[in-house]
Design a protein around this ligand. Sequence first.
Ligand SMILES: Cc1ncc(COP(=O)(O)O)c(C=O)c1O
Ligand SMILES: N[C@@H](CCCC[NH3+])C(=O)O
Length: 442
Amino acid sequence: MHLYGTQKINSNGHLEIGGVDAEELARIYGTPLIVYDIALVRDRARSFLKAFEEEEVSGQVAYASKAFSSIAMFRIVRDEGLSLDVVSGGELYTAIRSGYPAERIHFHGNNKSEDEIRMAFREGVGCIVVDNFHEIRTIGQISEELSLPMDVLIRVTPGIEAHTHDFITTGQEDSKFGFDLNNGQADEAFRLLSGISRVRVLGLHCHIGSQIFDTAAFNLAAGSLMRKVAAWREEHGYTCTVLNLGGGFGIRYTEEDHPLEPEEYVRAMIRTVKEAAAESDYPVPELWIEPGRSLVGEAGTTLYTAGSEKEVPETRTYLSVDGGMSDNIRPALYGATYSSAAALRMDEPHTSAYTIAGKCCESGDRLIEQALLPDMAAGDLIAVFCTGAYGYAMASNYNRMTRPAVVFAENGEHRIAIRRETYDDLIRLELETAGIGKEEVR
Ligand SMILES: Cc1ncc(COP(=O)(O)O)c(C=O)c1O
Ligand SMILES: N[C@@H](CCCC[NH3+])C(=O)O
C-alpha cells in the first residue's frame, strides 16, 4: 500500500493524514470528505521554487488553479510565494477575494469575454496569456478604452503530442488552444501585439498536456520555443524576457504510474532552455511554470462510507459509496484509475476485489475497478487516494448530490476549507422557492 506525504497508519490501524486520524475527520465532518495534506502542498511548492534557485534561473511557479480553485488553497500557495494561473472571470474573482496580489496572477483562456478582459485590466493582473486573434483585437480596444497597459504572453502550440489521454493533451497542432508555432500564426500574433502601444509582449507560453511522465516532451517544447524567439531576435531585434512552459507534470495515482519527482521535470526544462540559449547566444529568459495536479493531486484523499453491496456471480462485487462521479468525474470521463484502502482497517490484508461504485444513476459511475480491500461491511470507511486535483474542481450536483466538504489537515490540526453543500444550497438559484417575489427576478 502506497502512502502519500504525511500519511501514516497509527497504532489503531487507522489512516492518519496531516497527523489527524481519518476516523476523527469522518466523525466531525461526515463523508464524503476531501482531506488535503497541507504539508505536502507546501513541500511541493517549495521543491519547485528550490529547483529554480539551485539551477540559478529566475522564474515564477504559478499554481494552475483549475486543479482546485478555493480561497483557502489560494492563501496557502500565495503564502508559499507562488503565482496563480486563472482561466476565467470566476477563478479571477476567487483569487481577488482571497487577497491574491493581482500582479502575481496570469490570466488564461481560449475564449475570454470582453468583460473578463476588462476585469483583468482593471484588477491589474500580472499578464494575460493571449490565445487567439479575436482576443488580440479585444485587448487592443480595451487597453485603449481604459488607457491601461498590459503585459502579455503569446500562447503557442508547438506541435508536440504528449503521451497522455487525448482530451488532456493540448500542445498538438489540432488544438483549440493558442497560435500554431510553425505555420505563421504565432508570428502574426507577435506582429499584431507589438503594434499595440500599451501592450508589452513578455514572451511565449505553451502547455503540452497533463499527467505527462516523460521529460522528453517538455524538452522538445522548450527547444522549439527558444528557436522561435531566437528567430524573432534575428527578424525584429526583439528579445523575450519570459518563457512559460506550462504544467502537466505527472503524479502517481496507482502503482502503474512512475512519475519523476515533480521538480525533476523543471530541472530538465531549465537545462534545455539554458543549452538552447547558449547555442544562439541568447540571454536566458525568466522561466515560468504552471503546475496544478503535481501541487495538489497527491495531497487530496477522499473519505467515503461504504453502503450497499451487490454480487454479480463470477463477474464482480459492487461496493457502493456515498459519493461518486458527482465528486470525481475523472474515472467516467477519462477512464482514470485510482487506488484505495479501508481507512480504519489499514493493517488488515487487502485481498478482496470490489468494484467501487458511486451512487449516481449511471452504470458508468464507477470509481475503481478491482479495488483490493478487506471484506467490507456497510459503514466501513474507504479512502480513495490522490483526488486533490480536478476532483472537487470538476464536481457537480448531478442527481442533486451535494458537493462534499473539504478539510485541510496539518500538524495534527484540521480546519474546514469548504463546507458541505446542503439541500438548501441546491435550490438557492431557483426562483420558485418561497419568499422570492417576481420583482427580484432579472
Ligand atoms: C494552460 C495550462 N496550464 C497549466 C495546466 C495545469 O496542468 P497540470 O494540472 O497537469 O499541471 C493546464 C491543464 O492542463 C493548462 O491547460
Ligand atoms: N481535468 C483534466 C486535466 C485538464 C487540465 C486542464 N488543461 C484531468 O482531470 O486530468
